[in-house]
Design a protein around this ligand. Structure first.
Ligand SMILES: N[C@@H](CCC(=O)N[C@@H](CS)C(=O)NCC(=O)O)C(=O)O
Length: 225
């Protein structure tokens, strides 16, 4: 059976939605990144980059959320549009999420919540860039129900991953300035696969304290040699 290496984080949640949409059997291996489990030799053999999510499917190993979305979508022939025009749109928005929204959101979270010093320049830079991405996405979702057009795809799952955590960046009513993204999130909330993915967060207990063990695991660059 497929093995899904998971922590309840935005990047893992993208894949959790797809696995539930596909209704395929899979086993979850919880990797508690707050305890440093991503750095174990066993997990690094699966993802040398020491980050979740990752997937092992028989003799196939695949890591990085968007690589997993593409792998599973192609394998099952689902949630990847068939026509060149729609597939190009899907890939464009998938990559915008992979190379823009996701890393900028991650850095915004870092400088807002985890950086050991207050860095207004960095906070402003990442907050503004995340907001700019949501404006671009909002304009797109004003024109079509889904990112690729009229077809729900893996690009939508990728967007949901970080949009569901927007409050951690912008606070309450985080998506209010982006009404079409809000509408998209309401549409997503109605999907059973999204509800099942959210339930996974309750089924696995992860460490919550940000103590020295966690700082060392997540930010080893700050630990004196
Ligand atoms: N580009 C990667 C990023 C993965 C990533 O940053 N994962 C975070 C959780 S969302 C992680 O495992 N962090 C642990 C660490 O940095 O040590 C993806 O999309 O899968």
């Amino acid at each position: 059976m497929m093995k899904f290496y998971f922590h309840a984080t935005p990047n893992s949640m993208k894949v959790a939605i797809l696995l539930h949409e596909l209704q395929v059997p899979f086993d979850v291996t919880a990797i508690d990144i707050f305890k440093g489990e991503q750095h174990s030799a066993e997990f690094r053999a699966i993802n040398p980059n020491a980050k979740v999510p990752a997937l092992v499917d028989g003799d196939v190993t695949v890591f990085d959320s968007h690589a997993i979305l593409l792998y599973l979508g192609e394998k099952h022939g689902r949630f990847i549009p068939a026509t060149a025009v729609k597939k190009a749109a899907m890939l464009s928005w998938l990559q915008l999420a992979a190379t823009g929204l996701s890393p900028f959101s991650g850095q915004a979270v870092h400088f807002l919540h985890y950086a050991p010093e207050d860095l207004p320049y960095a906070k402003n830079r990442y907050l503004k860039e995340v907001g700019r991405h949501y404006h671009v996405i909002d304009d797109r979702l004003a024109q079509s129900q889904w990112l690729a057009g009229d077809e729900y795809s893996i690009a939508d799952m990728a967007l949901w991953g970080w949009a569901a955590s927007a409050a951690y960046i912008f606070g309450d009513n985080a998506l209010q300035p982006y009404p079409h993204v809000e509408r998209f999130m309401r549409d997503m909330a109605e999907r059973r696969a999204v509800q099942q993915a959210l339930a996974m967060k309750q089924q696995h207990a992860f460490k919550a304290e940000l103590d020295d063990e966690t700082r060392k695991a997540l930010f080893p660059q700050n630990v004196a040699a």
